[in-house]
Design a protein around this ligand. Structure first.
Ligand code: 13P
Ligand code: ZN
Length: 271
């Protein structure tokens, strides 16, 4: 048995494959380890090589010296539980937050091609969430991707559509979702634009590609992704039925859901 935090990470990867969110090497994940979790992983960590740093291509000084579990580029979520050190690993950022070194796993590989996006989003969410958000998860959910071909690529449109497609959706994204037009996967442009959106949102839609979510725990982040995709599924079924919508959840009803749970709904979405 690996430390619990690694086992929990592996479980999220397996669940992502089982639910069809992560075909082939599609999607990736990372986790910002808390100091006590780093200690629990210490028997696995090799900190002897203090020279071998790889340039990140971006800077995250707020994450100086921090440790991350991250999936390997090209690894299959389906295979993570079968070969943990081959499909994921632990990396540490340097003191200036612009390079990383491998300290465990990632055997024969390197972190995901979206690693720059993961690190920049960790940096932004660490501040926005007061340190609570630790998980970043990228997936390719069928129904949400389908909606990016037929809805305008606007935060307000996607947020309202998802909120109104299933009652519980607003509870996991009361701030709504950010939406980005298509950009090259793994590019610095995609990473920088995603972290701009992450200042405000915990979920960002990548048109014709997928979803990037954060959360304080694996359950929180995965649950957010799962709920968003389920809402998109319901909306697609409504659209595909070809039938007129006779009734739906009103703006005030969405506000009331949040009020009853002490959540702050993002009023900008209604403006
Ligand atoms: P990686 O295999 O490099 O993680 O890429 C998968 C992916 O989904 C890129 O957006
Ligand atoms: Zn992807």
């Amino acid at each position: 048995m690996y430390p619990k935090i690694i086992e929990d990470f592996v479980r999220m990867c397996a669940d992502g494959y089982k639910l069809g969110f992560n075909e082939a090497n599609g999607g990736n994940a990372s986790y910002r380890l808390a100091p006590e979790e780093v200690k629990k992983c210490s028997e696995y960590l090799d900190l002897s090589d203090e020279e071998d740093w790889t340039d990140l291509g971006v800077e995250a000084p707020g994450l100086s010296g921090e440790y991350f579990i991250v999936t390997a580029s090209g690894s299959l979520m389906r295979n993570v539980s079968l070969d943990i050190p081959g499909t994921l690993g632990i990396v540490q950022l340097n003191s200036t937050g612009d390079a990383y070194r491998k300290v465990w796993g990632l055997e024969g590989g390197r972190p995901t091609s979206e690693f720059a996006a993961h690190i920049l989003n960790h940096s932004v969410r660490k501040i926005s969430s007061g340190g609570a958000d630790r998980v970043m998860y990228h997936l390719h959910p069928v129904n949400l991707i389908a909606l990016t071909y037929i809805l305008p690529l606007e935060d307000k449109v996607f947020s309202k559509t998802l909120w109104k497609s299933m009652t519980e959706c607003v509870m996991v994204i009361p701030e709504g979702v950010g939406v980005l037009s298509w950009m090259v996967p793994g590019s610095k442009e995609l990473a920088l634009n995603t972290c701009d959106k992450m200042e405000k949102y915990k979920a960002v839609v990548w048109a014709h590609h997928g979803l990037f979510v954060t959360g304080s725990s694996f359950d929180d982040a995965f649950g957010r992704a799962h709920t968003i995709e389920k809402s998109a599924d319901i909306r697609n079924k409504i659209i595909q039925s070809g039938k007129p919508v006779l009734q739906e959840i009103s703006d005030d009803e969405l506000r009331n859901i949040c009020k009853s749970l002490n959540l702050t709904i993002n009023e900008d979405i209604f403006a």
